[in-house]
Design a protein around this ligand. Structure first.
Ligand code: NAP
Ligand code: MG
Length: 402
């Protein structure tokens, strides 16, 4: 078979530990034999980040902005233990945080749905994609413990010195206080990312806040989404046959439990934090969640939602066999290749990405899977494969499809 051609390189961000091992296997078994893979390679492995004073992380993010599509392996976010383990010059920042700050945008997380790994919510037939706003609110709040009786006010001092005050509460005794904020620009880019992603994946978009109670704060989110939708996306949505649906957060939660899935649920920062863990665990496993960062100017960074699977890596180093699930990392590659194909007009590359995903799903549905899935599957007597054997089994399915 002749290898598929690419036009523009993918930005390849290599990573750490067990996922770095899987990364290499995936390339060797599932990509290089079939695709004349063009990538611009950045090694975000912790050792190389340390050698370059983390410059490589910044360079990779700028490359993602330049080329438009990146695929990222899981990376270690250093803590005190890692500083010691890797003899680091500094406790480098989270690579995902750095990349997100440069690319800007919203993280979309979707479960990979497979027969035999059933969601606990029995009417969920299609994936529910969670879009979490990643700036502000309670994550950038100031808090106070109120020690005694007194008056609390919100005070805004404009650049010209004018003060605006709003009474929070006349305390009769001790209590607590919190002040939080968000930015019009951040809410706008959140809205654009959500509308673009809905169009891109041809799925309905839901958005919910508590605007009936929070008449200024949450209502601003609602208004910004509606204004941007009406002005720039309404016609495109109608043409694509999808809808934008706004409701109250409690109503959204109630409807989600009765829904079939197959839509995007945009959430404010806190709602997204809480609801994404609920949705992902109800769908089965962190190792079956994809994650893509979509920037408001239309750049994409694909990755798995899980970490570097440190515990398995230490077993691997000790020469023991591992059974680490590579599905989300395979889907990061297929997502990036499909998007690259779409942007460059390469339909056979898009077709390859589809087949790679089909082959992965077919492997699991035929009863061959890694240990994490074998523990939760409804398939009887599954065959538990090690990390490498699973990837080789996917290759067999893929060759049959191609
Ligand atoms: P983790 O790597 O997600 O793994 C936590 C546990 O979940 C594993 O020990 C394993 O359970 C299970 N698991 C996760 N992914 C799996 C897979 N693909 N196949 C099978 N089992 C899987 O989280 P962590 O151990 O807390 O973090 C390790 C490192 O990853 C940390 O240094 C952290 O900074 C980094 N991290 C990176 C990212 C990212 O780059 N996006 C995200 C999160 C964490 P069992 O051990 O029970 O088998
Ligand atoms: Mg959380």
């Amino acid at each position: 078979m002749e290898k598929l051609n690419m036009k523009t390189p993918l930005v390849e961000m290599d990573g750490d530990e067990m996922t770095r091992i899987l990364w290499k296997m995936i390339k060797e078994e599932l990509l290089l034999p079939f695709v004349d893979l063009k990538t611009e390679y950045y090694d975000l492995g912790l050792e190389h980040r340390n050698e370059t004073d983390d410059q490589v992380t910044y360079d990779s993010a700028y490359a993602a902005k330049k080329y438009g599509v990146a695929v990222k392996c899981a990376t270690i976010t250093p803590n005190a233990a890692r500083v010691k383990e890797y003899n680091l010059k500094e406790m480098w920042k989270s690579p995902n945080g750095t990349i997100r700050a440069i690319m800007d945008g919203t993280v979309f997380r979707a479960p990979i749905v497979v027969k035999g790994i059933e969601p606990c919510v029995k009417n969920w037939k299609k994936p529910i994609t969670l879009a979490r706003h990643a700036y502000g609110d309670v994550y950038k709040a100031s808090e106070m413990k109120v020690p005694c009786a007194g008056k609390a006010e919100l005070v805004f001092t404009a650049e010209d010195g004018t003060e605006t005050r709003e009474l929070i509460h006349e305390f009769k005794g001790p209590g607590v206080l919190q002040g939080m904020h968000n930015l019009q620009s951040s809410i706008e880019s959140f809205a654009h990312s959500c509308f673009k992603y809905a169009l891109d994946t041809k799925q309905d978009l839901w958005f919910a806040t508590k605007d009936t109670i929070s008449k200024k704060y949450d209502h601003t989110f609602k208004d910004i989404f509606q204004e941007i939708y009406d002005a720039q996306y309404k016609e495109l949505f109608e043409k694509a046959g999808i809808t934008y649906f706004y409701t109250l957060i409690d109503d959204a939660v109630a409807r989600i439990m009765k829904a079939e899935g197959g839509f995007i649920w945009a959430c404010k920062n806190y709602d997204g934090d809480v609801m994404s863990d609920m949705v992902s665990s109800a769908f089965g496993s962190l190792a079956m969640m994809t994650s893509v960062l979509v920037s408001p100017d239309g750049n994409f960074e694909y990755e798995a939602a899980h970490g570097t699977v440190q515990r398995h890596y230490y077993k691997h180093l000790a020469g023991e066999e591992t059974s680490t699930n590579s599905v989300a990392t395979i889907f990061a590659w297929s997502g990036a290749l499909r998007k690259r194909g779409e942007l460059d007009g390469l339909t056979d590359l898009m077709d390859f990405a589809d087949k790679l995903e089909k082959a992965t799903i077919a492997t699991i549905e035929s009863g061959k899977m890694t240990k994490d899935l074998a523990l939760i599957t409804t398939i009887e007597n599954p065959t538990v494969l090690n990390s490498e054997a699973f990837i080789k089994a996917v290759r067999q399915e893929l060759e049959a499809l191609l």
